[in-house]
Design a protein around this ligand. Structure first.
Ligand code: HEC
Ligand code: HEC
Length: 414
């Protein structure tokens, strides 16, 4: 079950935290926190400033995103969920929840094998039953897998803004990081666009393995819901998005698949999901108190902001609400070598130890932290930073208690 904590809880926490005195922070950058959300929007709301037509697309898309689909719609033979909202519903439709999805692989002679022939890299743990006497068992981790990683269902609030950031922005960020300190610099995950095959900058998923919301919707429709929409290209790890997932990789079983869906799924569904996510507003920001501002300065001073970049800007966009907008995801969406925190899976050009900087907006609403939810608290998540994040973690450990408290107030306000 998702742990749902609303804004009321957040404000109460901050009010309590506000009793703590703010300490002077010599050498810190001026705090740049924005005032409390001027639009007063809530989780799950559409972006402010949409046209009537865009708003209608948001609502139609939301309905599709929430729709529970069955065998007649093409679900199966194996799948993980029967609606997008099943895994993305914390706080509101589009939020994250504690559902974990499993990735597998094996490293043979130093090379990563996504085990497509055994049902990898994404397992579907449920199978359709009782259809014309056919029964499909859900997939299990095959003995061949030497890497097994769980990934948490993240919130999708504000991702339309991330989608609208030009590829060059991420390339430039990586360059700047490299100029400043090659030891902690990230790099973009270069992945194919699933429609054109062109190389684009990946930004979605815990490994930034996909480049657009449209591509993610197609991929999730197939890999999480078992609904295949023809017409997509093969990914570098050998999956074909336009082909049915074979249960446990056994293509022979597919030949007996009796499912001829009367409602042939088409690209229209993917467009609807994409519309909903594109127009979904970022999570509302909590109150910015004096302590929150002090915590923000600490965040910059100990190097968190190197990767958790506070502000990005969208490029030119036909949707006015997405056109050259500054927003605050607290991520560079680049891959960083996180040492022991890496999940061992290779994704696009992303290596086993590399993970995408997790955006920190809406942090308070997460049911658990880090890609597999291994951290129960925000502090645990910080302490598990390894590899390129290790120095920042060590600087966190050296903080005085009041500074830790201020940082915590700041993180809880995002
Ligand atoms: C069974 C649970 C489940 C279902 C059903 C599901 N998702 Fe997800 N979703 C996940 C998980 C787990 C991840 C993280 C995947 C990864 O990093 O590889 C994710 C990630 C995403 C992301 C990337 C978020 C980010 O921060 O970059 C998008 C976009 C997304 N899902 C959209 C959808 C859509 C659209 C649907 C319906 C077609 C859907 N999901 C159905 C579990 C699910
Ligand atoms: C070198 C880049 C880097 C630095 C520096 C860094 N982080 Fe992270 N952070 C990441 C990455 C990558 C992840 C995702 C790791 C994962 O889930 O496996 C992450 C995840 C997190 C999460 C968990 C988010 C979630 O939704 O689960 C929190 C909280 C966090 N970082 C806070 C901080 C704080 C506070 C600092 C400064 C002390 C910091 N980070 C410094 C890269 C960095």
């Amino acid at each position: 079950m998702p742990r749902s904590r609303g804004l009321g809880f957040r404000l109460a926490t901050l009010a309590a935290a506000g009793l703590v005195a703010v300490v002077a922070l010599p050498g810190s950058r001026p705090a740049q926190a924005d005032p409390p959300d001027p639009d007063g929007h809530d989780f799950g709301d559409p972006l402010p400033g949409l046209t009537a037509d865009e708003l209608a697309r948001f609502h139609a898309g939301k309905e599709a995103f929430e729709e529970v689909e069955g065998v007649a719609d093409g679900v199966g033979p194996v799948f993980n969920g029967s609606s997008c909202a099943e895994c993305h519903n914390g706080e509101a439709t589009g939020g994250g929840n504690a559902t974990l999805s499993t990735r597998i692989g094996a490293v043979v002679d130093g090379r990563f094998d996504p085990l497509v022939r055994f049902g990898g890299p994404t397992l579907q743990t449920r199978g359709i039953v009782g259809l014309q006497g056919y029964e499909y068992a859900g997939e299990v981790v095959p003995p061949e897998a030497t890497v097994v990683a769980r990934r948490r269902s993240p919130p999708l609030f504000g991702l339309g803004l991330v989608d609208a950031v030009p590829d060059d922005t991420f390339r430039e960020l990586a360059r700047q990081q490299h100029d400043r300190d090659p030891a902690t610099a990230g790099r973009p995950n270069l992945v194919p666009d699933l429609r054109t095959g062109d190389t684009v900058v990946g930004r979605f998923g815990w490994k930034a393995g996909l480049g657009s919301l449209f591509d993610f919707a197609a991929d999730a429709y197939k890999d999480e819901m078992g609904i295949t929409v023809p017409g997509f290209i093969r990914t570098p790890d050998g999956r074909t998005i336009g082909e049915e997932n074979a249960p446990q990789g056994l293509h022979d079983l597919l030949r007996y698949n009796p499912v001829e869906s009367p409602n042939e799924p088409d690209v229209e569904d993917i467009v609807l999901f994409t519309d909903f996510m594109t127009f979904l507003a970022p999570p509302p920001r909590g109150e910015v108190t004096r302590e929150v501002r002090a915590g923000e300065a600490v965040f910059h001073r100990i190097g968190c902001a190197t990767c958790h970049v506070p502000t990005l800007r969208t490029g030119r966009h036909e949707v006015r609400a997405l056109d050259r907008v500054r927003f605050h995801p607290y991520s560079d969406f680049l891959l960083h070598d996180m040492g022991a925190l890496g999940d061992g899976i290779e994704d696009g050009s992303g290596r086993g130890s590399e993970m995408r900087t997790a955006p920190l907006w809406g942090l308070l609403t997460q049911p658990a932290y880090l890609h597999d939810g291994r951290a129960a608290t925000i502090e645990d998540a910080i302490l598990l930073h390894d590899g390129q994040g290790r120095n920042a973690r060590n600087r966190y450990l050296d903080l005085k208690r009041a500074n830790k408290r201020a940082l915590s107030a700041f993180l809880n306000s995002l």
